[in-house]
Design a protein. Structure first.
Lengths: 184, 201
């Protein structure tokens, strides 16, 4: 969906055609849900976060600047919700999740002693586990860049950081991710 | 500098490729229907007041960019400070002609200025501390501020019979209302601060 179409849909919604908003939900539900899933590592929480993101954006639609891509705005809303959610509930969850992660890690480490023999699926799982150990800020950037496939420029718009700051943090995140994987 | 960073990222190609090729999780088909039904439920129960709608115009004025929580709070603090200084000046006492010295309306003006100052500062604190969740209250507070300005101006016109003072009161009230509109526009342009706002360049 291009920017012009998005802007037209938003105008229709603001004029009272509420059902037109379904087009935007349909278009962006998968990336928003996946972002929430990668951040919370929980299917139910991810769905709640995604629903909340679309509800919040609907409520605040009059504030949406049509010169900006809709999805960047949506991502900003989503990240704020996720951040708040993790701050409120994530601390304890992370503790228990990290405990699970440790046992998962040991299982994988025992099962797959040699890196070279690791299957692609196992590597994928390993990265997912180690990703949860990263700080929320670094994890977000890695998810946006690599799982969501956004450009550094788009991430800079979403997060309000400069492009070089995004690159630096992504680099730092990858470094940490590598360290965690090597420790496994 | 950028090229250097990209080269650094190339060292992690093995990790990034796996992440890039990981499939997207599918969400169930009735997700959109669920969101839309929640929107319908919400829309029926609440209709939020918007200054932008009230003062809707095709003219290009106001805030070009989104206003962050800190900026929005700052505008309220600044306006509150303005009324605080105004209230203090009036309290210390400007020389008034003898005919006006017993005027009830004039005697409450310092207190009125301080009252507005307290109200606007409280709104500013509310915005700064609670952000998004405070905005219904903040809108109501801004409307109250506008209502107090109108009421005060109206009372002033009723109580003071001196034409010059009436003009002065009218100008003062209109200025107050313009400030109220600008604060309202700031609220309408409010956009959540991103999680990285504190390190934004």
């Amino acid at each position: 969906m291009d920017q012009k179409t998005e802007a037209e849909i938003v105008i229709r919604v603001l004029k009272g055609d509420r059902q037109a908003y379904a087009l935007l939900v349909e278009e962006y539900k998968t990336p928003i849900y996946n972002l929430a899933y990668r951040m919370t590592n929980n299917v139910e929480d991810a769905e709640d976060m995604a629903q909340e993101t679309f509800l919040r954006s609907f409520r605040e639609l009059s504030r949406y600047d049509t010169n900006r891509r809709f999805y960047t705005w949506l991502y900003t809303i989503s990240l704020n919700l996720i951040r708040n959610y993790l701050k409120k509930t994530g601390f304890r969850k992370n503790d228990s999740r990290n405990a699970n992660v440790s046992s998962d890690v040991e299982t994988i480490a025992l099962r797959e002693a040699d890196d070279a023999d690791m299957s692609h699926k196992d590597r994928e799982k390993q990265i997912e586990i180690c990703l949860q150990k990263l700080s929320t800020e670094l994890r977000e950037l890695l998810v946006l860049r690599f799982y969501q496939g956004l450009s550094f420029e788009e991430i800079a718009v979403i997060t309000g950081l400069s492009q070089s700051a995004v690159k630096m943090r992504v680099y730092r995140g990858l470094e940490k991710l590598r360290k965690y994987i090597q420790k496994m | 500098m950028f090229k250097d960073e990209e080269e650094k990222l190339m060292h992690f190609r093995d990790l990034t490729e796996i992440m890039e090729n990981t499939g997207q999780k599918k969400i169930h088909d009735n997700f959109t229907a669920k969101v839309m039904s929640r929107i319908s439920e919400e829309s029926e129960t609440s209709r939020s007041f918007s200054f932008r709608r009230l003062f809707s115009t095709n003219l290009k004025f106001g805030f070009q960019y989104s206003v962050t929580r800190t900026e929005c709070a700052f505008y309220f603090f600044l306006t509150g400070f303005f009324y605080f200084i105004l209230g203090l000046i009036m309290m210390i006492g400007l020389p008034l002609p003898a005919v006006m010295q017993n005027n009830g309306w004039l005697s409450i003006q310092p207190l009125f200025g301080l009252l507005l100052s307290v109200e606007l500062t409280a709104i500013g604190i509310n915005v700064y501390k609670n952000g998004d969740s405070a905005f219904h209250l903040v809108r109501a507070g801004t409307l109250l501020y506008a209502a107090l300005i109108i009421l005060n101006g109206w009372l002033g016109v009723l109580y003071i019979k001196v034409p010059v003072v009436i003009i002065f009161t009218a100008v003062f009230s209109v200025t107050g209302l313009i400030i109220a509109v600008l604060l309202g526009l700031a609220i309408d342009h409010y956009h959540q601060e991103t999680i990285f706002s504190e390190v934004r360049g």
